[in-house]
Structure formats: structure tokens, C-alpha cells
Design a binder for this molecule. Sequence first.
Ligand SMILES: [Zn+2]
Ligand SMILES: [Zn+2]
Length: 155
Amino acid sequence: MQMEITCPHCGTLFSTEQVNDSQWPCPACRQPVRGQASAQSGTLPRCRVCGNDEMYVQKDFPHRLGLTILVLAFALSCVFYYWHWIVWTWAVLIGSVVADAVLYWLVGNMTVCYRCQTRYRGFPPNPAHGPFDLATAEKYRQERLRRQAIQHPAP
Ligand SMILES: [Zn+2]
Ligand SMILES: [Zn+2]
């Protein structure tokens, strides 16, 4: 099991396997990130960092890798097209789409907290957590903006 925490002090994203700890030191600013939920055995009823129980499940898809495949395939297909290798042009384009689909199918899920964006990998699935919901995410985004406005009032 693994967690990826966005440090509330400096914004650095860091990962830890000490998922049952009650606080995690940020490697960048050295300040501890304190967990708001007491230690829970194995399951994930609420976010261990902020205690929030609204989380969503999404594919742990490496977007950068997916994009790299598509960009490379496009560049290669342009070369083949220039050489009039039409069959190869199509083969590369279709192959890249298939490769992305296979990649998507292979990767596992991760659970993400709407409020603090902590990512959880390798936890047993919780049926209370559904797919990403835009309205819920917007609610938390507004909350974050309000909190920032309080912490850093406009001059
Ligand atoms: Zn930090
Ligand atoms: Zn959270």
C-alpha cells in the first residue's frame, strides 16, 4: 500500500509507504503533515490525511506515458506518410491507440481524496467511493479558494 501526499505547507507531492502513521514528514520543507483520521486497519473509510470521507476512484493511468506514445506515433506516421508508406502510417496510428488501450486495461485503480488530493494505491476497494464527480470536486475547489482567501487576503 502506498500514499501520495500533497504537502499543505509547500505543495510538494511526495509518496510514502508508511500508510498507518499518524504524520508524515515532508521531504521538501521538513514540516510534518498531520493525519486527521486515527489509524485504521487496512481499509480506507476516510482520508487518512484530512479525515474527509468523500473520495473518488480513478485509473492509475500514467498520462505522460500515454501522451508520449501518441506523440511518437504521430511523428513516426508523418515520416511514413512522407515516404508514401501508407499501410505503415495506418499501422502505427492504430497500433498506438491499441497500446494506449492495453495500458489502460493493465493499470490498477487509485483512490483520491477530493479535499486534499491524497492518492491511495493498493488499498482494498471501498464501495462507498465512486468515480470522479465534477459537482463534488467543484464544491471542494470552492472550499480551497475560500480558505486561500482567508489565509492570504487581497491587499
Ligand atoms: Zn512541504
Ligand atoms: Zn484528504
